[in-house]
Every structure is written in structure tokens, then in C-alpha cells.
Design a protein. Structure first.
Length: 314
């Protein structure tokens, strides 16, 4: 299983959604782990649970501190814990623009309504007053606007006769506990799927002058103006379970040197290997896409006409 994403959870109270995320992370196929639970309230009940479950915690009251100042302290704790993502779970404090800029695209929140309906507080009261027959919960990305980021997933919950804001909230909370772990798992793996990785490779390769995509040997690949291939994308093509690109090298000597230097990333691909091509794995933890881009461009230069190489270098 690939290395799991490291998630920090921010809470302000009982931490029931934090607990749902934490216990889901104990399942063998969960793609994330909870590495820190932090709170702006040292008395938050969820901290005691996190400590009991041997999860590192951090707590500091925000009172008397500016928003950016406090968020800078939280940011330092997240980075010290090695967090890749941030999950808000009942964190009752608006985040500063500076914090969101630093963690943009890596923060999610759960909200007790079917967004974009009923942003903010008192969602259940507002839904009952509006006569809604269905409510629910949403997981969304966090942006600078309150509860306005892209919705990642939702669950609908029926309104029953005689429901109050309290009874409705209790039932929606059950749905939240089901939704959040799944949505977070999908969020942290969205860039790890073969389709997502092919998309990144396509973006890199097709930016090169004269490059076009085609299919060869049953694999997506990229060539120069209908001519020579310079990059193949392989996903379990030979039943090996590998997600990788296959690119040209200057020859067997460079191929062997790359494999010797970093055998966790480079390998000698079947069929292509004897011709000096090398495999670059995209499934070994976090992919260094700058390095991948360099290898694709070097491969392209080995087959591209001089006039195209000149355009690129110009």
C-alpha cells in the first residue's frame, strides 16, 4: 500500500467527527492517518479522546490574539507534525487568508447542510423554518469565503414529522460520521489514481512543441508530430501493478546508472528495456512532478527535430 497521507484535524469541542476520521484511519485500507489533533480551546473534550488514542495534540486559546498571529502558531504545529492535509471538524473559528493561502487545496471541512443551502450557523433551524423535507451534510474544500469551497460529497437526511433542530442535528451527525471519512479518503487520493497521474503526464507532455497523444502497445503515449514516441504511460500493463512512465535515455549505460542510483524510482521495463528506455515509477509515495517533467523533456529532446528543440530552448 502506498504511503498514507498525513492529516491534522482541527477541533473546538467534543470532536465526534474527529473521532470518526480517527477510527476510520485504523482500517487497513484507509489512505490517511491522523498525525495531530489541534484546538483553539484547551478544554475541548475531543483532546482527551485524541490523547487516549495516542494521537499527538496541541491546544492554545486564541483569546487576546489576532487571527493571523494565532493561525501562524497553528501552521507551525501542522508543519512540525508533517501534515499534508488539514481537516476541520467542528473548528469554530474562521481561518485567516494567510493560512488558507498556505494550505489552499489541502483543507476540507464538514458542514451540516446541503451546500450551497444554509451556509454559516443555525442550519437546522433555518431548514425547518423553510419547510424543507430533506436536509443533510456536505464535505467541501475550504476557501476564503465561508462555506463556499467546492463541494466534494454530500448525504441527504429526511426531515421527520415533529423534528426539532436538536433531533435533526443528532440524525444529521450520524450521516456526517459516515460521510467525512469517505470524502477525506477520496480527497487525499484524488491525485494518486492512475487517471489523475495520466492527466498530469498529459499536461506535461503536450506542452512540448509538436507533441501529440496516441495509443501504442495498448498504452497512452506521446510522440512528436506523428513520428517518434518519447513517453509511454503504463498502468499494470504487464500485470505488475506498476504506475509509471517509460521514457528514452541516451542508451543502456544511462539506463543502468539511473536504476543503480535510485532503484525505488527507476526500473528496466519489459520489452522497452533492451532499447535503453527506462521506467519512472509514479506510485512510490509522493511523486516529484518536477523530476518527472525533466525526464519527459529529456526524452522528447532525444527524438524531436532540431527546429522544435530550438523553439523550446528559445
Amino acid at each position: 500500500m502506498p504511503e498514507r497521507a498525513r492529516v491534522a484535524v482541527l477541533i473546538s469541542g467534543r470532536g465526534s467527527n474527529m473521532a470518526a476520521l480517527l477510527y476510520a484511519s485504523r482500517l487497513p485500507d484507509c489512505p490517511y492517518e491522523v498525525v495531530l489533533v489541534a484546538s483553539n480551546d484547551p478544554d475541548a473534550a475531543g483532546l482527551a479522546l485524541a490523547k487516549a488514542e495516542r494521537v499527538p495534540t496541541f491546544a492554545l486559546s486564541h483569546k487576546g490574539m489576532g487571527r493571523a498571529e494565532f493561525d501562524a502558531l497553528i501552521d507551525a504545529q501542522l508543519r512540525a507534525a508533517g501534515a499534508d492535509y488539514v481537516a476541520l471538524a467542528g473548528y469554530m473559528r474562521l481561518l485567516s487568508p494567510e493560512f488558507i493561502d498556505k494550505w489552499g487545496g489541502r483543507i476540507v471541512n464538514i458542514h451540516p447542510s446541503l451546500l450551497p443551502r444554509y451556509k454559516g450557523l443555525d442550519t437546522h433551524t433555518r431548514a425547518l423554518e423553510a419547510g424543507d423535507r430533506t436536509v443533510g451534510c456536505s464535505v467541501h474544500e475550504v476557501t476564503a469565503e465561508l462555506d463556499d469551497g467546492p463541494v466534494l460529497d454530500q448525504i441527504e437526511v429526511a426531515v421527520l414529522p415533529g423534528d426539532t433542530a436538536e433531533t435533526l442535528a443528532a440524525r444529521v451527525l450520524i450521516a456526517e460520521h459516515q460521510l467525512y471519512p469517505r470524502a477525506l479518503a477520496n480527497f487525499v487520493t484524488r491525485d494518486r489514481t492512475p487517471e489523475a497521474k495520466l492527466g498530469r503526464v498529459r499536461e506535461i507532455a503536450t506542452q512540448l512543441p509538436g507533441a501529440e497523444e496516441t495509443i501504442s502497445h495498448g498504452m497512452p503515449c506521446f510522440r512528436v508530430q506523428g513520428g517518434k514516441m518519447f513517453c509511454y504511460f503504463t498502468h499494470d500493463h504487464h500485470g505488475d501493478g506498476i504506475i509509471a512512465i517509460i521514457v528514452k535515455t541516451s542508451g543502456p549505460d544511462e539506463q543502468a546508472q539511473l536504476i543503480d542510483q535510485d532503484p525505488d524510482i527507476y526500473y528496466r521495463p519489459a520489452y522497452f528495456g533492451p532499447s535503453g528506455w527506462v521506467g519512472v515509477r509514479l506510485d512510490s509515495g509522493d511523486t516529484d512532478w518536477d523530476h518527472v517533467a525533466d525526464r519527459i523533456e529529456l526524452s522528447w529532446k532525444l527524438v524531436a527535430p532540431r527546429k522544435l528543440v530550438g523553439i523550446r530552448e528559445f
